[in-house]
Write a protein that binds this ligand. Sequence first.
Ligand code: DAH
Length: 361
Amino acid sequence: MSEDLAILEQNLLSEIQNASDENTLEDIRIRAIGKKGILSEKMKTLGKMTPEERKEMGPILNGLKGRITEALSTRKHILEEEALNVRLLREKVDVTLPPRFDPINEGRIHPVSQVIDEITAIFGDMGFGVADGPDLETDYYNFTALNFPEGHPAREMHDTFFLKEKEDGERLVLRTHTSPVQIRTMEKEEPPIRVIIPGRTYRCDSDQTHTPMFHQVEGLVIGEDIHMGHLKWTLEEFCKAFFEILSVKLRFRPSFFPFTEPSMEVDVGCTFAQGEVKIGEGDDWMEILGSGMVHPNVLKNGGIDPDKYSGFAFGVGIDRLAMLKYGAPDLRAFFDADYRWMKHYGFRPLDIPSMVGGLSS
Ligand code: DAH
């Protein structure tokens, strides 16, 4: 009997020693000293023994139970400590590592998108809606409907990208300006019309201030009795808000566009000091946009009665505005997708431009 017990003790102790995790150890505990465990069953036999036998076996069994219990608890502590060490090793933080990439803090809004958002906020505040049209245009919308006569050199002025002629002889173009959306808007809407049209435009040209794809925003206002005073006020308010200055000097120079009569190019007063342009006051001028009163033929082509309605329009290069406002010297870098450039010139994604919250702060 006591030899059996010695073997049992040896076996249990070695099982306990070899238990590699707390679950295995718990199984051993239940099997050895649990309510129906081997030792508990042996304890129950004490009742059937003679007083002498009980006197001998009682302390033996109790001693055995005590040693097993102690071995279990020692092993349990060791296993707990080992598990903790493994966790600590796995969950350790290397404070010398750079912080994780985080879109809210690392992502940037491109200056062109930023300027489009700023322009939209400014004109939105003046009651303008936003319209758009396709990048691939028909010759009709890009030129003819805008009063460019057939074969007129003005069509060549635009360094147009023509697509291959289709079977029916039609030749689509990549729109050379956002002005075709003037016609598309007139066809869809009744006056009064107040829209801006930001979008991509294309011309075969590339140098420090020109890229084959660039951006324009068109403005169009049509109503009864719309006159040049409205145009001038709108552009002044826009320039003050956009350049975030209190006053601005504008100069209207007579010009020519087939779709406006009269046509004006608009210069903004500025100073050039130490290689830096300051917009607003000053004795120098910088051309920023083309504008004019919508030509009666264009109104007619858009299905609007020129005897009843008049309108003004303007077209601005968005990329140039972005370069001017944010001091980027080379337009081509706008489209290089260089993350270092974006980190420098880009805007934080949650700083959304608004007239109340601030445009660029
Ligand atoms: N579409 C002209 C261009 O790309 C810009 C322009 C000039 C637009 C005068 C207008 C305008 O709406 O009235 O050169």
